[in-house]
Design a protein. Structure first.
Length: 233
């Protein structure tokens, strides 16, 4: 698709901030007005639209993509999205360790345990860890607290939280990103720890490196969206 507009601005309306292309409001794929909860997010999306060249490239517009998904999908299936995110509580990558090799087990403890400790201290959610592949059933109280915490997210931040959780394989890492407890690089390192270890032992793999680069972009975009979408941001 070719660029079809000259000016991109934002304006405050009764239901939020809208993006205007040549003074006309941007619509989502489902033809709803792209109305945003925070001016910071609106301004960042304006920059995505301004940056487009003659040839339109949606891949360079992750914030717009999340906003569209929030309005068109998450708002209509909020409870399903919450359930999908919370399901990671019983399969979170940070909770599944190895016994051997010992140096990998130590790396997992060093990189993963501080994030689990943060979740326990700040949100009073203590998740159990196990060595092996047999699923550990988390305490019902912990599962319920995760549900309550995730349910507190509005549809915009929930959309990005869902993306971050899927990218990391971890609701714990996604929540830490949302709180600003960890940055994108830390989240990526934790999420790809075992693969990075294997490449250190056996040599680099181009496909794995490419996938890590893609994950980095996805995690960074989701974290930025969650930050920008905070009310008052």
């Amino acid at each position: 698709m070719n660029r079809f507009y000259k000016t991109v601005t934002t304006a405050e309306k009764s239901d939020g901030w809208v993006i205007l292309l040549d003074e006309r409001p941007v619509k989502t794929p489902d033809k709803q007005t792209l109305s945003l909860p925070a001016i910071a997010l609106a301004q960042a999306i304006v920059e995505e639209w301004r940056a487009q060249k003659d040839e339109f490239d949606p891949l360079t517009m992750p914030l717009t993509r999340y906003a569209n998904a929030a309005i068109d999908r998450t708002s209509k299936m909020r409870s399903d999205v919450i359930d999908q995110v919370c399901a990671y509580g019983n399969s979170d990558v940070l909770c599944y360790r190895v016994d051997q090799p010992a140096d990998l087990a130590e790396l997992q403890k060093e990189e993963w345990q501080p994030v689990l400790d943060w979740l326990s201290k700040v949100h009073e959610i203590k998740l159990m860890s196990t060595a092996g592949i047999v699923q550990v059933d988390q305490d019902n109280a912990a599962v319920q607290k995760i549900q309550q915490l995730v349910s507190s997210f509005d549809v915009f931040r929930l959309t990005a939280l869902h993306a971050a959780t899927a990218a990391c394989g971890s609701i714990v890492l996604a929540l830490a990103l949302a709180d600003g407890q960890i940055d994108t690089q830390t989240a990526l390192q934790c999420a790809t720890l075992e693969e990075r270890y294997q490449m250190k032992v056996w040599g680099e793999d181009e496909e794995t490196i490419r996938r890590h680069d893609e994950l980095s972009v996805e995690i960074e975009s989701a974290a930025r969206f969650m930050s920008l979408a905070l009310p008052g941001a």
